[in-house]
Design a protein around this ligand. Structure first.
Ligand code: ATP
Length: 235
């Protein structure tokens, strides 16, 4: 389909000779949020790292807007509009908030242009542009990571357990931001999550990843309850 942003065809990958993901196939359309749900160790981070090019697939293909990017390096993926928000904190703690944000764009001109567009989303962080990133709270650091991804104006965001360790109010705020990114900016989002309520609130569709394989999938609508999904996820 022409509005497909990301397509994975039978993607198999892992570390050394051990496969972690097995024959994962999925597609995400423009302006859609897909949640891949799974417990610890099921391969969620490996999925995003394989798409981004940090982990080389054993077999299968990755397409972004119908272009084969299976062997493309992470920095090239980033430059072509794919933002990865990893589970690990990849901020530079000794750089300021502003300097960390500046790394999300390629020029000072773009930085100045785009800063006002994200300022209303993260006012508490942007009031502290000169503060060292490492001195922000854990939740604020996650907001800054999201902010650095959004300022690059990506077409696709790969987001790894962004709700982990966040206070409920911050989880709600993060949900609003992701919905805004989808609905107002038209960004497609692949979200890997364990936090079912958060994921179901904002996603259009879900998939369940179990031991590296997609074992169930569906549309998020009024008929899906988080209890039903929690049962799916039970080991
Ligand atoms: N660099 C690595 N080298 C070897 N094995 C790895 C590496 N990274 C992850 N693994 C293994 O791959 C499997 C899947 O890990 P992954 O981090 O993708 O899972 P996850 O679903 O994201 O889990 P979590 O929710 O705990 O982050 C695990 O068994 C893990 O030990």
């Amino acid at each position: 389909m022409s509005d497909t942003i990301l397509e994975l065809d039978d993607l198999t990958s892992g570390y050394g000779s051990a496969s972690v993901l097995r024959d994962v196939s999925l597609g995400i359309r423009k302006g859609e949020i897909l949640a891949v749900l799974g417990k610890n160790g099921m391969g969620k981070s490996t999925l995003l790292k394989t798409i981004m090019g940090f982990v080389r697939p054993f077999s299968g293909k990755v397409f972004v807007q119908n272009k084969d990017v299976t062997t493309v390096k992470p920095h090239t993926m980033a430059r072509s509009g794919v933002a990865h928000i990893p589970q690990e904190n990849t901020l530079f703690p000794d750089l300021s908030v502003g300097e960390n944000l500046r790394l999300g764009v390629t020029s000072d001109r773009l930085f100045q242009q785009r800063l006002p567009t994200i300022e209303p989303l993260f006012p508490r962080i942007l009031e502290r542009m000169k503060q060292r990133a490492g001195t922000l709270s854990g939740g604020e650091q996650k907001m800054l990571l999201m902010c650095r991804g959004l300022i690059s104006h990506p077409k696709l965001m790969l987001i790894d357990e962004i709700s982990e360790g966040l206070q409920p109010a911050m989880v709600d705020r993060m949900a609003e931001i992701l919905v805004w990114a989808r609905d107002e900016l038209g960004i497609s989002i692949l979200l890997v999550e364990q936090h079912l309520d958060f994921a179901l609130t904002i996603s259009n569709r879900f998939m369940i990843l179990k031991l590296g394989e997609i074992v169930d999938q569906g549309t998020v609508d009024n008929h899906i309850s988080s209890d039903e999904l929690a049962a799916h996820l039970a080991v």
